[in-house]
Design a binder for this molecule. Sequence first.
Ligand code: UD1
Length: 340
Amino acid sequence: MKILITGGAGYIGSHTTIEIIQNTDWEVISIDNYSNSSQGTYDRIQNITGKSIKYYNLDLKDLQATEQVFKENTDIQGIIHFAAFKAVGESVENPLMYYDNNINSLNNILKCQAKFDIPNLIFSSSCSVYGNIDQLPVTENSQLAKAESPYAYTKQIGEIMVDDFIKVNPNLKAISLRYFNPVGAHVSGLNGELSTTTPNNLVPFITQTAIGKLDCLTVFGDDYNTKDGTCIRDYIHVSDIANAHVLALQYLLNNPPHQRHEIINLGTGVGVSVLETINAFEKVSGVKLNYTIGERRAGDVAAIYANNEKAKKILNWTSKISLDNMMLSAWKWEQFLAKN
Ligand code: UD1
């Protein structure tokens, strides 16, 4: 059985590919255009798993080229659609780039799903769809607030597109997975996020500061109404996220889902502050981090973490990797990059 992964050379796509190779007999085919990744990821996947995968270098906005992949691979049973831009700040600066890429790529994937009758789809969504929300932890039934960025809008719109599409295609099923804050690297330290730009996210910022690539980390505000004044997030290890994709696809393959489009939160359910993250990093790495407290970052929500009961119940999934091991794996990966 073949599974198509879009964005297979990317951060979550590559870790999901590793999980699939190690835990199933599915054959993975990847599409990526390396806009925020590189072809070298496939070598790292091979180093970890001992297996190579088939891959295509193409832009999903090119419908003809995308259709060609489905024509060449006739027995695809599922698509996991990761490929998208994901930097919140960049999306505010350049909204059309986000609407153009994220919406058109998904549109083409859905067209192919219908045309080639691919029964199952997993869509990468994000907790950013919730916007500024007061009721914590957030459940999938929480009313979505206004999106705080064009990036978040593309995920809200993406979920609606999948929903409307599934309604009129009775043979097809989908799950949208709302990721909270995916962090860390493969526990071997041999694969992790390889962003082509300066990091926006906290954990790569921490590790790059620790290794000396960046001078200093700024903590964006310590005057929030939270346990230590810094923002609260639900950090979750990337391999726990990856594992949930395997379970989600198995669920679609094996059970007629309750609804043909399920929406499921993926978080640990635990809210962790920025300072707690830094402390965990310092503890496991033995490195004293150079950081200062700065201004609040525009668009940040004070606190958000998941209610993950639905993932536990429906997918039989739980997160297994602790905050310390999230930080340790991220640090191993940063050191691997420095050596290579
Ligand atoms: C946001 C989205 C998330 C999305 C991600 C994509 C929300 C609630 N979350 O994550 O769904 O997948 O973007 O990029 O919208 N911080 C610092 N200093 C830094 C960097 C970050 O203090 O140099 C703090 C931030 O203020 C925040 C926390 O660290 O409190 C995490 O930030 P980040 O890693 O950028 O993720 P989110 O903005 O939470």
